[in-house]
Design a protein around this ligand. Structure first.
Ligand code: ATP
Ligand code: MG
Length: 400
């Protein structure tokens, strides 16, 4: 596709001044350079970009020499972090899609380190809305991929055939979900079909990368919608294999989890934040609670943290998330037995853990939040959480 050029549809002051000065400096030295990717997309859609990334014809060493405060990052593909004040900006050299693999069976991209032209760099990106280049010096958008049409139409298409692009890198399927939910863009039919067909390839992507994208997705404030999408695209089996036997056990398990995600969205909407440990507790809580149930075995309260540890560790070892997140998630889940003992514990004996001690633990606010999330998800009044909060406050030393 030949490049289409558009003048900026928004004022230039919306651009980050420091990023613009980096681009200008590179251009002054004769290196073609642009703002690229998510920041261009977000500005066009009227939202505030998280970060301003720069792509340039200059090689990493040349960039390094131009900027006093800069560092080379990455082993395989080198980018440069250019520091400005307390922030840094990512400057990457244009690269092309890697040449097709000799072995036709290996469709997944293994190597990703071939330098190229600006146009090639636009074409190797995932979605058309993500492939726009912005020249902040002349004030123009350069579009090699049809991204402006998609932005205007509010649609999400991959660059090139999604069957090919999702096979190359199945993580793009999760990125599809992220962008359709977060940006409210309508995915194309081909994209939906390709996502469903290639979902099993997610099994070949690095689990750590998948987990990273999953946790980000669930922290968008749209976890309930994301959960619907993951089920509709049939990717749950591949991104959350640890949940599959539990989900298959009973038809309502997916809904139970869906309501927890709704409650999580409600908390995030209210301005609260989640982290690895908390999201982990939200995702695996229902399965742990169900495994700790009189129908499955005789109960001792001390078994609960063991069950939780087994479930969480299974995931942690595959996804290589930090161990401390598992420990904290376990604390959050186990504390529920004391804060809100399940009715079936009446006979077996409720835990008698000292509440004052519990309330002084660093994870306690999270445990209380989680209680609130469960109450909300189960349609119960939130008073119980309020009462505990009051009680905890009465222990807090003066002035805290
Ligand atoms: P976010 O706002 O969530 O950061 P983003 O679009 O900036 O969204 P990044 O992961 O920061 O996403 O990636 C920056 C850019 O790199 C993307 O806009 C896209 O052009 C390109 N990109 C990222 N991941 C892929 C991928 N898996 N395949 C192809 N291009 C990608
Ligand atoms: Mg980004």
């Amino acid at each position: 596709m030949p490049a289409k050029r558009y003048s900026l549809p928004f004022p230039r002051r919306n651009l980050d001044r420091r990023a613009v000065s980096i681009v200008r400096r590179l251009q002054d030295r004769g290196f073609e350079s642009y703002l690229v990717g998510g920041c261009v997309r977000d500005l066009l859609l009227g939202s505030q970009p998280k970060d301003f990334d720069i792509a340039t014809a200059a090689r990493p060493q040349q960039v390094r020499r131009l900027f006093h405060r800069s560092r080379l990052i990455g082993r395989r593909f080198r980018i440069v972090h250019v520091h400005q004040g307390r922030d840094f900006f990512e400057v990457a050299t244009f690269r092309a899609a890697p040449p097709p693999s000799e072995d036709d069976d290996v469709q997944i991209i293994q190597r990703d380190n071939v330098y190229g032209t600006a146009r090639e760099d636009a074409n190797r990106r995932d979605f058309r809305v993500n492939g726009l280049f912005l020249d902040p010096v002349v004030g123009a958008i350069v579009d090699w991929v049809g991204g402006m049409d998609d932005i205007q139409a509010g649609v999400l298409h991959s660059i090139g055939d999604p069957m090919v692009r999702f096979a190359e890198d199945p993580v793009r399927i999760l990125r599809l979900v992220k962008f359709m939910r977060r940006l409210g863009l309508e995915p194309g039919e081909k994209e939906i079909r390709a996502a469903k067909e290639h979902a099993p390839l997610l099994a070949q992507s690095a689990p750590a990368r998948l987990a990273e994208e999953m946790f980000r997705l669930l922290a968008t404030g749209q976890a309930a919608g994301v959960w619907e999408d993951l089920q509709a695209l049939a990717v749950v089996d591949w991104v959350m294999p640890e949940l599959v036997p539990w989900l298959d056990q009973q038809a309502n398990h997916a809904d139970i989890l869906g309501r927890r995600f709704q409650a999580l969205d409600w908390q995030l909407e209210a301005g609260w934040e989640t982290d690895y440990a908390y999201t982990l507790a939200v995702v695996f809580g229902p399965r742990v609670e169900q495994e700790f149930h009189p129908q499955t075995r005789r109960l001792a309260v001390s078994e609960f943290p063991q069950i939780a540890a087994a479930v969480l560790t299974e995931f942690q070892q595959r996804a290589r998330i930090p161990r401390h997140a598992v420990v904290a998630a376990n604390r959050i889940l186990t504390a529920q037995l004391r804060l809100d003992p399940p009715p079936f514990l009446q006979k077996a004996g409720k835990p008698r853990w000292n509440f004052k001690h519990m309330a002084s633990q660093p994870w306690f606010p999270m445990a209380l939040r989680y209680l609130e999330l469960r109450l909300h998800a189960e349609g119960r009044p939130l008073d119980l959480a309020q009462d505990w909060r009051q009680k905890a406050l009465s222990f807090a030393p003066e002035g805290r």
